[in-house]
Design a binder for this molecule. Structure first.
Ligand code: ZN
Length: 150
């Protein structure tokens, strides 16, 4: 039986190799660009938001496995959610990767996103995991400037 850590690692490897929703979006009404120069991660997000709901989402990008898998899993997690629910996920995710070690992630809320809980032990990787989420927040807020982790 593989333990939870192994399952999580496989999930990240799988999403890096076969990113979901990896496409630009025709008719996107929110977009944002995120950049993590420390690692060389780049994420372009495309959203179709109607009635405060994320009706469709896609991303394109390049960079390390953590950043690309995080973007892929994020698009799956927020698709069909209200913008408020997406912001709640942003907060829970952010807390999980930056919070103290003994703070257990809210697995019920986070689902597969809990795969990134181990990232908090690797400070250099936290920005990689967070980049897609900061980019999402910027897109939802209609930011004009690119997001950078620096
Ligand atoms: Zn990275």
């Amino acid at each position: 039986m593989p333990d939870l850590e192994d399952l999580y690692q496989q999930l990240i490897i799988d999403h890096n190799r076969n990113p979901r929703n990896f496409r630009s979006l025709e008719g996107a009404n929110r977009t944002a660009f995120g950049d993590n120069p420390l690692c060389g991660d780049r994420i372009q997000l495309f959203l179709k938001v109607e009635d405060d709901t994320i009706k469709d989402i896609g991303f394109q990008g390049s960079g390390c496995a953590i950043s690309q898998a995080s973007a892929s899993l994020m698009t799956q997690a927020v698709l069909g959610k209200s913008t408020e629910e997406a912001e709640a996920l942003f907060r829970a995710f952010h807390e999980m990767v930056t919070g103290p070690r003994d703070l257990a992630p809210d697995r019920k809320l986070l689902g597969k996103l809990a795969a990134f809980a181990g990232v908090r032990d690797f400070p250099a990787r936290v920005k990689c995991a967070n980049l897609p989420w900061h980019t999402l927040k910027a897109a939802l807020q209609g930011a004009k400037e690119p997001v950078t982790t620096e």
